[in-house]
Write a protein that binds this ligand. Sequence first.
Ligand code: OSB
Ligand code: MG
Length: 371
Amino acid sequence: MKIERVELRLLRLPLARFFETSFGRSYDRTFVLVTVHAGGVAGWGECVAEHAPFYSAETTETAWHVLEGFLVPLLLGLSFGDPREVTPALARVRGHLMAKAAMEMAVWDLHARQQGKPLWAVLGGSGRPVPSGVSIGIQDSLQELVDRVAAERAAGYQRIKIKIKPGWDVDAVDRVRAAHGAVPLMVDANAAYTLDDADRLRALDAFDLMMIEQPLDYDDIMDHAALQRRIRTPVCLDESITSVRVAAMAIDAGACRIVNIKPGRMGGYREALRLHDLCASRGVPVWHGGMLESGIGRAHNLHLASLPNFTLPGDIAASRRYYTPDLIEPPVEVQEDGTVPVPADGPGIGVHIVESRVAAATLRHTEIRSS
Ligand code: OSB
Ligand code: MG
């Protein structure tokens, strides 16, 4: 396959409701969409890099810069038979995993569409509906948190994740447990603690949490291992897992018992599939994370999350929790049993992209052709 042209778009969409983590509060999402064209077929990818370099060092603007100046030219010069050949061809570029992933995943979508197959089939998934949970941000009050949990449980979601930070942790979990009993519950700290907080984090052991996600530094493995030796709650790593190599190290070191998989965080599907298989072989359960994606990125997530070792509910919720309207029709919906069906409206990611909505949200557009 030879890619003939690539389009980049920078979009901004208002969030249906603000989202607050230990990094701060967001009211909208700015992101890059990548479209790859070959033989009259288009593949789409969504870059998970955010406006600010808080979750990761990448931003929407670094992703744009690296895609436009380096990654797209490398792709346009490439002739390949399988989307797995894209990642090694980009290896000269250090880092910028989110920028790489957006383009690599667009190529997978294109490849699936050319074969007339759903994306899940070329990824080795099953297309089964995906057990789904929600990620609930930091609220203005504990009562609002309790009310949000009630609303999400009523919608059917299979587990609740709440964001924590110093000052919004043990009390928040205590209130949710008191109001909601044995609901499957976990917390995500987005790297807001240090090992000095181990006693505070150990206090969370009393609440029978499914896991604590990324309590310590984004690039740390050894401190997480030290923490896991001191707490009973399973540690799950998100930010730290940027490659299969790091994941193997983390598992061997006892730094995590569960892994959050986000292809956007690790350069794309090739590495995410290898991580899925590594975790399966080590008996480590995985779940699919989310980055407040639009329906395009969310569709990608659903296809991957239908692989067999995604045994825990993912952060893949209905469109209405994020964007109203979403960029796709019909929107992603959660079913009464708390699963979300994998989109099946055609080959590839299987969604109808509403081009007028994409155009209305686009702040910048460029097209790069092979010379
Ligand atoms: O840490 O999982 C995270 C959103 C943006 C950046 C990082 C994270 C998140 C979420 C939201 O938790 C998950 C979602 O519903 O998309
Ligand atoms: Mg996380």
